[in-house]
Design a protein around this ligand. Structure first.
Ligand code: 26V
Length: 811
C-alpha cells in the first residue's frame, strides 16, 4: 500500500521527469535519444528554476506590498560556486530529483559535477557575500546582492610539469547559464569622462551638469537566491556592460563600421573579467571603471525602486540600507550625493546626511597594500563630478577634525580623504557611512587601535564588530550528507536553520556507540578525499592517514611556507630515523596565487617539489605524503572539508582578518592547529582550549617583537631543526637543474621575514607533535571532533546576518 508521503513523492518524481523531458524537447529541441549529459543538466536546472519562479515573483510582490526596508549588499565579488545542488537542498527536492534522473537513466551526482563554478570572486570576501545571500533568504530578510556579471571569473589554475601555477581562462558562461534571467527592461546609462559645467537657474542657484561624457549601458541579469524550505527567493542582480545604441549608430553615420564595432567591444570589456588582487594594488583604470559602472547602475536601480512608493527622499535611510563589502564600492558615497543633488535637486547638507545614514562599511583586511587608493588624476578625469564632491567632503571633514583636535595638523593629514594626489577609499568609506565593522573580534580591536585609531578617537560609536559566518546549508547539509544524516538522526533537523542546536550533540561525545558511527562516516569521507587527491595529483594516499589540510589563497601572511618547512622537517626525520613512531599523514595544500605575486607562485612550486621528493622516498612516503591540489574553488572545497582531520590556520597573528575556511573545518569535525588570529580566537573560545591546538606569537607579541627589532637570523642560529630545514632547501636538491631556485624564499626569511615564520617555527613543530600524540587516541580525537561540531553553532552566517540586521541595518 502506498502511504500519503510516498504517494506525494512519486507524483513529484513524475512531475520532475515530465518537466526535464519537456525542457529537452522544447527548450533545447532535442529528442531523448540525442540528448547529451549537458542537455540533461540544463533541462534539470531549468526544471528547478521553474519551481523557484513562482516563489520568486511572490517574494518580490510581498516586499513591494509591505513596503519593506531593504538591504542592499554591494560587492565586486560573489563566489557562488554551483547552483544546482543548492537549489535542490533549499527546495527539498534532492531525493526526488535523484530518483527522477535515475529513472531517465542519469546520475544526479555526475550531472551536478558538470556545472561550472560561478567563480565571481577571489576568496574569503567573495564567498562571505555568497553565504550572506543564502542566510538573508533563509531568514526571510529583504536583502538583495548587487555586483558585476563577469564573463570570466577567477582564472582556472593548472600546474605545469615543473609544479608551477599556470593561469587558464575561465569560461563559465560558454555553455549558457540556466540560472540567470536577463532583464533588458532594467538597463541604465552610466557616464564616464567628460567635464562639469555649472549654470545658474532663474533663482540664481548653481547647478552642475556632467557633459561630453562617453556612456555605457548596464543591463541587469538576475539570479534567484532561494531560502531554505521557506518560499522566499531573493535576488542577486549582476550588471553586464553593453554599448549604447548611439555608439553603433554614430559609426554607421560616419561610415566607419569596423571602428564602431571595435569601440563597442572596447566598451563591453568593463564586465569582461574579474580582477585578481595584485601587488600594485589600485591604480588600474579598468578596475575603477568596473567599480563605478556597477555602483552607478545599482544606485539608479535602488532609487527607481524607492521612488515607485514615494515622492521625497526623507525616508530614504529608513527604507534603504546599503552595505559596502570593503571599499571596492565606496564610490557609491559621492555617487549617491551626485544623484540626489544634481538629478533630484537636494542640497548638500541633506544629501550628505542621507548618504551617511544609508551606508555602512565592512573592512576585510589590515594589509596596507590592500587598502585602496586612487590617484586623484585618474579619478578626477574619469569621474570629474564625483571628484569635486569628494574634495568637498574632504574639506568639510578636515574642518571637523581640526574643530575636535585644534592645531593637530598631523592628525588632519593622517585622516584626510584626499592627501596630495591620493584618494584614500577607506577614509572616504568611514566618513561617508554610519557604521564601520571588522569581521572578527580581534580584527575589530586592531582596526580601533591601529589602522583606524584616529577615526575611532573621533567617532567611537561608529565602530562595531560582526564576526563572519558560513552557511551550514552548503557547508554541512550539502557538502557532508552522511554526517548531516547522523546529526539529524541524533538531534533532529533544526540545526539546519538554528545552528546553535548542535550543542545537543555534546553529551553524545561520551557515547561510544555514537563515536563509532561518527568514525565510520569520517573514514568514508576520508577515503573519498584520498581518491580525489590521487585523481587530481597522481599521488597515492593511504585512506587511513590523517588528512592534514591547508586550503586558502596563497599569501605570505597565511604562511603556507611554514607548513612546507614543517613537511621538510618531517621528511628528514622519517628518512634518517628508522622506526620513528608517528602516525601516517597526508599533508594537502590548495589555493591560487595572484598571477603577479611571484613569491606566492614560488611557494606553490616549492610545495610541489617537496611533494615529489617526499612521495618518492621509500622510508618517508610510508608515513608522509605531500600534495598540492590544483584549482582550489568552491566545488572542490565542498569535497575536501568533510574528509579533513586537521585544519591548518597558521597565519601570523594580527594579519588574517577573520578566515572562514577555519569555520568550515570545525563544522565538519576537523580539529584546528592555529595561531590566535582572526576568528581562530573565537573558535578556541567556543570549542575549548583542550579541543584545539593553539601555538605561536599572539598579535601583540608580533608587534612587540617587531618594535624591539626582530632578527630572523637569530632564530635560525638558535634552532638546529630550523637550520637543518633551511640548509636543506639551500642545498639545491629540490631543483637540481636550477639549484638556486628557492634561495629567494629562504633569504626572504633570513633577512626580513615580515610574517615571522622563523619566530613561530619551533612552536609550530611542537604543536604538530601534540597533534600526532592526540591522533594516537582515536576515541579521544573523535570526542574532540564531536565537541568541535557541537560548539560551532556560533559560526553560522545566520547569526552574522542577524547581527548586521539588528545592530547595523536596524531592520
Ligand atoms: C587584497 C590584496 C590586494 C593587494 C595585494 C595583496 C592582497 C591581499 C589580500 C587582499 C584581501 C582582500 C580582502 C579579503 O578578501 N579579505 C578576506 O575577507 C574574508 C571575509 O571577511 C576574511 O575571512 C579573510 O580573513 C580576509 O583576508
Amino acid at each position: 500500500m502506498q502511504t500519503l508521503e510516498s504517494g506525494r513523492r512519486s507524483t513529484r518524481v513524475e512531475a520532475l521527469k515530465r518537466d526535464i523531458e519537456s525542457h529537452v524537447r522544447y527548450t533545447l529541441a532535442r529528442d531523448n535519444a540525442s540528448a547529451t549529459e549537458r542537455d540533461v543538466y540544463m533541462a534539470t536546472a531549468w526544471t528547478l528554476r521553474d519551481r523557484l519562479a513562482d516563489r520568486w515573483a511572490a517574494t518580490n510582490a510581498r516586499y513591494e506590498h509591505r513596503d519593506v526596508k531593504r538591504v542592499y549588499y554591494l560587492s565586486l565579488e560573489f563566489l557562488i560556486g554551483r547552483a544546482l545542488g543548492n537549489a535542490l537542498i533549499n527546495l527539498g527536492l534532492d531525493g526526488a530529483t535523484a530518483e527522477a534522473l535515475e529513472e531517465l537513466g542519469y546520475n544526479l551526482e555526475e550531472l551536478m559535477d558538470r556545472e561550472p563554478d560561478a567563480g565571481l570572486g577571489n576568496g574569503g570576501l567573495g564567498r562571505l557575500a555568497a553565504c550572506y545571500l543564502d542566510s538573508m533568504a533563509t531568514l526571510e530578510l529583504p536583502g538583495m546582492g548587487y555586483g558585476i556579471r563577469y564573463e570570466h571569473g577567477i582564472f582556472r589554475q593548472a600546474l605545469d610539469d615543473q609544479g608551477r601555477q599556470v593561469e587558464k581562462p575561465d569560461n563559465w558562461l560558454m555553455d549558457g547559464n540556466p540560472w540567470e534571467i536577463a532583464r533588458p527592461d532594467r538597463t541604465y546609462k552610466v557616464k564616464f569622462w567628460g567635464r562639469v559645467q555649472a549654470h545658474h537657474d532663474e533663482e540664481g542657484r548653481v547647478h552642475f551638469d556632467w557633459v561630453d561624457t562617453s556612456d555605457v549601458l548596464a543591463m541587469a541579469y538576475d539570479t534567484p537566491v532561494p531560502g531554505y524550505c521557506n518560499n522566499t527567493v531573493n535576488t542577486l542582480r549582476l550588471w553586464a556592460a553593453k554599448a549604447t545604441e548611439e555608439f553603433d549608430l554614430e559609426g554607421f553615420i560616419r561610415g566607419n563600421y569596423i571602428a564602431a564595432v571595435e569601440a563597442k567591444t572596447q566598451t563591453e570589456t568593463i564586465s569582461k573579467v574579474l580582477y585578481p588582487p595584485d601587488d600594485t594594488g589600485a591604480g588600474k583604470e579598468l578596475r575603477l571603471k568596473q567599480q563605478y559602472f556597477f555602483v552607478s547602475a545599482t544606485l539608479q536601480d535602488i532609487i527607481a525602486r524607492y521612488l515607485t512608493e514615494r515622492k521625497t527622499f526623507d525616508d530614504f535611510p529608513d527604507k534603504v540600507q546599503i552595505q559596502l563589502n570593503d571599499t571596492h564600492p565606496a564610490v557609491a558615497i559621492p555617487e549617491l550625493m551626485r544623484l540626489l543633488m544634481d538629478d533630484h535637486g537636494l542640497e548638500w547638507d541633506e544629501s550628505f546626511d542621507l548618504a551617511r545614514r544609508t551606508f555602512a562599511y565592512t573592512n576585510h583586511t589590515v594589509l596596507p597594500e590592500a587598502l585602496e587608493q586612487w590617484g586623484t588624476d585618474l579619478f578626477g578625469r574619469l569621474l570629474p563630478r564625483q571628484m569635486e564632491i569628494v574634495r568637498e567632503i574632504d574639506k568639510r571633514f578636515r574642518a571637523r577634525v581640526l574643530e575636535k583636535f585644534p592645531g593637530d595638523a598631523a592628525r588632519e593629514e593622517r585622516m584626510a580623504i584626499v592627501s596630495g594626489n591620493r584618494l584614500r577609499m577607506a577614509n572616504l568609506a568611514i566618513v561617508g557611512s554610519h557604521t564601520t565593522n571588522g569581521v572578527a573580534a580581534l580584527h575589530t580591536e586592531i582596526l580601533k587601535d591601529s589602522i583606524f585609531k584616529d577615526f575611532h578617537e573621533l567617532w567611537p560609536d561608529r565602530f562595531t564588530s560582526v564576526t563572519n559566518g558560513i552557511t551550514q546549508r552548503r557547508w554541512m547539509l550539502k557538502a557532508n550528507p552522511r554526517l548531516s544524516s547522523l546529526i539529524t538522526e541524533a538531534i533532529g533537523d533544526e540545526w539546519v536553520t538554528q545552528l546553535e542546536r548542535l550543542r545537543e550533540l555534546e553529551p553524545l561525545a561520551d557515547d561510544a556507540a555514537f563515536r563509532e558511527r561518527w568514525m565510520q562516516i569520517k573514514a568514508g569521507n576520508r577515503a573519498r578525499l584520498a581518491g580525489i587527491v590521487t585523481d587530481l595529483t597522481g599521488t597515492p594516499v593511504d585512506p587511513a592517514s590523517m588528512m592534514d589540510v591547508q586550503i586558502k589563497r596563497m599569501h605570505e601572511y597565511k604562511r603556507q611556507l611554514m607548513n612546507v618547512l614543517r613537511c621538510v622537517d618531517s621528511f628528514l626525520m622519517l628518512r634518517d630515523t628508522p622506526d620513528l613512531d608517528v602516525p601516517a599523514r597526508a599533508v594537502l595544500f590548495g589555493g591560487k596565487a595572484a598571477p603577479t605575486y611571484w613569491t606566492a607562485k614560488l611557494i606553490i612550486q616549492l610545495t610541489n617539489a617537496v611533494g615529489r621528493l617526499v612521495n618518492a622516498e621509500p622510508k618517508a612516503s610510508r608515513l608522509l605524503r605531500v600534495a598540492f591540489l590544483p584549482d582550489y574553488r568552491v566545488s572542490l572545497a565542498e569535497k575536501i572539508f568533510p574528509g579533513s582531520d586537521l585544519s591548518e590556520q597558521i597565519s601570523t597573528a594580527g594579519y588574517e582578518a577573520s578566515g572562514t575556511g577555519n569555520m568550515k573545518f570545525a563544522l565538519n569535525g576537523a580539529l584546528t592547529i592555529g595561531t590566535l588570529d582572526g576568528a581562530n580566537v573565537e573558535i578556541a573560545e567556543n570549542v575549548g582550549d583542550e579541543n584545539i591546538f593553539i601555538f605561536g606569537l599572539k598579535a601583540d607579541e608580533v608587534e612587540a617583537r617587531k618594535a624591539a627589532g626582530y632578527n630572523p637570523r637569530a632564530e635560525y642560529e638558535a634552532s638546529p631543526r630550523l637550520r637543518r630545514v633551511l640548509d636543506f632547501i639551500l642545498s639545491g636538491v629540490l631543483s637540481p637543474e636550477n639549484p638556486g631556485l628557492y634561495r629567494p624564499l629562504v633569504e626572504g626569511l633570513l633577512f626580513s621575514d615580515p610574517y615571522m615564520v622563523l619566530a613561530d617555527f619551533d612552536a609550530y613543530v611542537e604543536a604538530q607533535e601534540q597533534v600526532d600524540f592526540a591522533w594516537g587516541d582515536q576515541q579521544d580525537w573523535t570526542r574532540k571532533a564531536i565537541l568541535n561540531v557541537a560548539r560551532s553553532g556560533f559560526f553560522s552566517s545566520d547569526r552574522s546576518v542577524k547581527e548586521y540586521a539588528t545592530r547595523i541595518w536596524h531592520l
